[in-house]
Design a protein around this ligand. Structure first.
Ligand code: BGC
Length: 755
């Protein structure tokens, strides 16, 4: 849904508003409401967290109050493992239905920051280490939500990838990395699904706080991407309200903040802030507020059972089977089962902080398992410190069972907004418990609840199967049981790499920075882009996940081998379910630039699809690659561009399991003006299409006359030796310019190139 513009009404309203009313509208009336203006008939709208269910305050004007019951759906880390954009849409629709029922106009989500480090305390609220996966999943959720007339709020814009010192830290990130990694997902979601609102982050980016960052909020968001909604601050992110208004921050939250309103009034009166700028902000706010009010809210009753069932089926599509040796899963149903672990009875299904939901109901796995099999239960890991008695009790059960199910959850307090995790470890008790149970029973299945990667190196070889159930929402326990018994075939794949150990992560030496500065020193090499480049082994690669069946890939074909920009490439292939049960496969298409002027990741995800297949069934998958799939962000030009040449298309079942490949050739790169200048190097000249045309004959001429050292060394080696010298110096050293002044020659060449 795009924002309709009742222009007349809005301009009419603005013309009737006093300066005080305009300034007041730019800050919330309360923690969860915008300002209403009674005399003009302008009603407030209600904002509520987000992102995976509603946290609608029971008293709308209070900050720290209990929230109304709502369904807790799978968190973003879970949802993204489904790689199913339509499923994200269904989740968005269901949240919107509850929003309508309990009176919420704008939901504060999705959160879509990149998972730079597995330590980020809020990773559970974010989708992926990859901007394409994050952007597509967010877009699906936004579209679903807004199709019902409830606004989404994409957050936290931008470069908010840690909780440590999140209010004060400056993220120092180069322009290329900013656009290719940290903005690309936002760009995709904002361009394609047009969220009504965006929330700026707390941190500053390259020296300017997000809330006052004109580059981010106006130049990028609006001028480049065409965002039409309003930007609100994260709760308490504002430093200088008039500067924020100038930068493009429309709404400060929470309110009320009479001093901030007064500051805007004063800035207009003193001439520091143009009334026209303030009017633009007011116009953007009114556009969304009036649009939101077209969908009546409140008075409804949440569909508790319907949404709980939906949450369960969504969760089932998200679980990732990481290991299944000797087909230990699925269970037959007639086993004597030892169920071990506190999480089997008291599930950990959501993280801490502003996304924490007051659930309508919560399932636990133990209850479902008891309905299906003969079950003995031991709590096992209730304490963090070593408790041998609890371990011994679990071992007795494991000894007398056909299979042991270990429910291992990171303690709820470990993953939260407000702070980062100190390490990737489970508790000492959990690790000892896994070892002991594994020694006691030959069939051990670990079911994990966590919002981001954990360290498994000390125990992974001791267990037979691992289900990564993530934080699956209030109905997740049922989904786990569906997977364990094979009622649902696992089909999730990882949206983030699991490293072997923390120090392997590409950002390790730069996370979370020192005091108030964090250098994004690993640049574009985040997640698999980094592990690939460093040739570092990982525990589980990006895009990995097992199934109870197997899939074969065949018949890759591409719509064109030689192609031009503006002609999207269509990639087709067949996927066959060669196993004995129905299943779903996630097919991933990575693009690799064979040769490029700037260093590029070895491969980057550019398209994906999820397909359901009956045993023996084959389906043709079609994936489309647009221009952006071949581009990189060139900081010299301040834009995305593609270079002519060969690209490998890699079709895989994960980033480390490439099954089919093809090569295509981009015949002409993006048309860009030459950047050559008088100090450009020989290499710069040779890699500039126009420059090469001019310089090549000079070099050939020099080569044909090469004598002495040049002859001995070989002309090609000479050229390599000279490649990083400015052309002027090459002419000087080789005498290739004859008697003319090299400076004059090069200046004339530069003029010719730019003519
Ligand atoms: C969080 C936001 C949240 C807001 C309102 C902030 O602390 O960073 O994600 O939407 O609070 O609860």
């Amino acid at each position: 849904m795009t924002l309709q513009e009742p222009k007349l009404q809005i301009s009419d309203l603005i013309s009737q508003m006093t300066l005080e009313e305009k300034a007041a509208l730019c800050t919330g009336a309360s923690p969860w409401r915008t300002v209403g203006i009674e005399r003009l008939g302008l009603e407030p709208i209600v904002l509520s967290d987000g992102p995976h269910g509603l946290r609608r305050a029971s008293e709308i004007d209070s900050m720290m109050v209990e929230s109304l019951p709502a369904t807790c759906f799978p968190v973003a880390a879970t949802l993204s493992s489904s790689w199913d954009v339509e499923l994200a849409g269904k989740l968005g629709q269901a949240i919107a239905e509850e929003a309508i029922d309990i009176g919420v106009d704008i939901v504060l989500g999705p959160g879509m920051n990149i998972k730079r480090s597995p330590l980020c305390g809020r990773n559970f609220e974010y989708f992926s280490e990859d901007p394409l996966l994050a952007g597509k999943m967010a877009a699906g959720l936004i579209e679903g939500m807004q199709s019902k007339g409830v606004g989404a709020c994409v957050k936290h814009f931008a470069v908010n990838n840690q909780e440590t010192r999140r209010f004060t830290v400056d993220a120092v990130v180069d322009e290329r990395t900013l656009h290719e990694i940290y903005l690309a997902g936002f760009e995709l979601a904002i361009r394609s699904s047009k969220p009504w609102t965006v929330m700026c982050s707390y941190n500053s980016v390259n020296g300017t706080f997000a809330a006052e960052n004109h580059y981010l909020l106006t130049e990028v968001l609006r001028d480049q991407w065409g965002f039409e909604g309003f930007v609100m601050s994260d709760w308490g992110a504002v430093h200088d309200r008039p500067e924020g208004v100038k930068a493009g921050l429309d709404l400060e939250m929470p309110g009320p903040s009479p001093d901030r309103t007064q500051a805007v009034i004063d800035a207009v009166n003193s001439g520091d802030l143009d009334m026209a700028t303030l009017d633009t902000v007011v116009e953007r706010l009114l556009k969304v507020i009036l649009h939101a009010q077209e969908t009546p809210k409140g008075g409804g009753v949440i569909d508790v059972e319907g949404h709980h069932a939906l949450a369960r089926s969504i969760a089932a599509d998200c679980m990732v089977m990481l290991k299944n040796e000797d087909g230990v899963l699925p269970l037959e149903g007639n086993e004597r089962i030892a169920v071990i672990g506190q999480a089997a009875r008291m599930p950990v299904f959501q993280g801490g902080g502003s996304s924490h939901i007051n659930t309508t109901k919560v399932d636990n796995a133990l209850e479902f398992l008891r309905q299906r099999s003969e079950v003995q239960y031991a709590i096992g890991d209730a304490s963090v410190e070593l408790n041998q008695e609890a371990i011994d009790e679990a071992v007795v059960l494991a000894n007398n069972a056909d299979v042991a199910l270990l429910f291992i959850a990171l303690p709820e307090s470990v993953e939260s907004e407000g702070y980062d995790r100190p390490n990737l470890y489970l508790t000492p008790q959990q690790v000892a418990l896994i070892h002991a149970v594994a020694a006691a029973n030959p069939r051990v299945v670990v079911i994990l609840n966590n919002g981001s990667a954990i360290d498994m190196h000390s125990w992974i070889n001791d267990v037979d199967a691992i289900i990564e159930a993530w934080l699956p929402g209030q109905a997740g326990a049922g989904a786990v049981v569906d997977i364990l018994f094979g009622d649902v075939n696992p089909s999730g794949k990882l949206g983030e790499t699991f490293p072997i150990k923390l120090s392997d992560t590409p950002c390790h030496l730069n996370f979370p920075g020192e005091k108030d500065t964090v250098h994004y020193g690993e640049g574009i090499y985040v997640g698999y882009r980094g592990y690939d480049a460093m040739e570092r082994d990982v525990l589980f690669p990006f895009g990995f996940g097992l199934s109870y069946t197997q899939f074969e890939y065949s018949n890759l074909s591409v719509s064109a081998t030689n192609f031009k920009l503006g002609q999207p490439l269509t990639v087709t292939l067949d996927v066959t379910n060669v196993g004995y049960v129905a299943g779903k496969e996630i097919v991933q298409l990575y693009v690799s630039d064979v040769e490029s002027r700037l260093p590029r990741p070895i491969k980057e995800l550019k398209a994906f699809a999820k397909v359901a297949l009956e045993p023996g069934e084959t389906k043709q998958i079609t994936l489309t690659l647009d221009d952006r799939a071949f581009m990189f962000y060139d900081p010299d030009y301040g834009q995305w561009l593609a270079e002519a040449g060969a690209f490998d298309l890699l079709v895989g079942a994960s980033s480390a399991d490439i099954r089919l490949t093809a090569q295509v050739n981009l015949t002409e790169g993006s048309a860009v003006a030459s950047l050559l200048h008088v100090y450009s190097t020989l290499k710069d000249w040779m890699s500039d299409p126009k420059g090469a045309e001019i310089v090549k004959p000079m070099i050939d001429n020099f080569a044909s006359q090469a004598m002495g050292d040049a002859e001995a060394l070989g002309v090609d080696s000479m050229l390599v030796f000279f490649q990083d010298l400015p052309l002027t110096q090459v002419l000087r050293f080789t005498g290739a310019g004859g008697s003319e002044s090299p400076d004059k020659i090069v200046q004339a060449l530069v003029d010719k190139v730019h003519a």
